[in-house]
Design a protein around this ligand. Structure first.
Ligand SMILES: Nc1ncnc2c1ncn2[C@@H]1O[C@H](COP(=O)(O)OP(=O)(O)O)[C@@H](O)[C@H]1O
Ligand SMILES: [Mg+2]
Length: 230
């Protein structure tokens, strides 16, 4: 694999079977994301974007095909090793923030680092505070998710995804649940942080402005790539 490829997927298929019926959701998709590159995936609801993103992030297994993250194949690893590979290389952002309600913003952001065996509490706290400050939330460190606005929660989720300095951020409609103005702030933060941290981003989005600012836009329809219709 070319050394500046962060993520490579080859000929991915995914089917779901429940009892009698089988649904073929991903039907032979390949892609590469290079260091520092921003790739967006657009496609109508139900086309298989979230399913693909889960497979690319090693959260689900493909029915067929290979996913290689930073030189390691997910299918060659056990569950713990997969978790380690994700923690070392990936940051995840979802449409709904998925923050832990009983923890503060600071604790939520620190979590991915605290999960590491060699975590040093003081350094982790400093790093989490830095990221929260960076997304403009230094005045909300001890607030719990329920005490934050939608945009603030998404900024906390962004800080959490970036606290480990991932090589690649995977985001599933990160602005999908926000009003236009708030979406713009998230959009600008993503752009600035990508350059600052020199990370690659793979973002599933309906947000045309966000999609178009990518280095590469992939259009998905019924589990395959299509060329954009005009
Ligand atoms: N766990 C599952 N079991 C069965 N079908 C699923 C499962 N997950 C997703 N699907 C189906 O796969 C299709 C694509 O879903 P999804 O990846 O969520 O699409 P998108 O994110 O593009 O809206 C949908 O028809 C959905 O019902
Ligand atoms: Mg989806």
């Amino acid at each position: 694999m070319n050394s500046n490829v962060v993520l490579e997927a080859k000929d991915i298929y995914k089917s779901f079977t429940d009892g009698k019926s089988t649904v073929d959701v991903i039907k032979g998709l390949s892609l590469q994301v290079h260091q520092g590159e921003f790739v967006s995936i657009v496609g109508s609801s139900g086309s298989g974007k979230s399913t693909l993103l889960h497979i690319l992030g090693g959260l689900d297994r493909p029915s067929q095909g290979i996913v290689n993250l930073n030189g390691q194949r997910f299918d060659s690893l056990g569950e713990a090793e997969r978790g380690f590979l994700r923690n070392q290389n990936l940051g995840f952002v979802y449409q709904f923030h998925h923050l832990l309600p009983e923890f503060t913003a600071l604790e939520n952001v620190a979590m991915p680092l605290m999960l590491r065996k060699d975590a040093e509490f003081k350094k982790v706290k400093e790093r989490a505070e830095y990221l929260l400050n960076r997304v403009g939330l230094s005045h909300r460190l001890t607030h719990k998710p329920g005490e934050l606005s939608g945009g603030e929660r998404q900024r906390v989720a962004l800080a959490r995804a970036l606290v480990t300095q991932p090589k690649l951020m995977l985001a599933d409609e990160p602005t999908g649940n926000l009003d236009r103005k708030t979406a713009m702030t998230i959009f600008e933060l993503l752009r600035d942080l990508r350059h600052e941290l020199n990370m690659a981003m793979l973002i599933v989005t309906h947000d045309e402005q966000l999609a178009k600012s990518a280095d590469k836009v992939l259009h998905m329809q019924d589990g395959v790539w299509v060329t954009e219709k005009t």
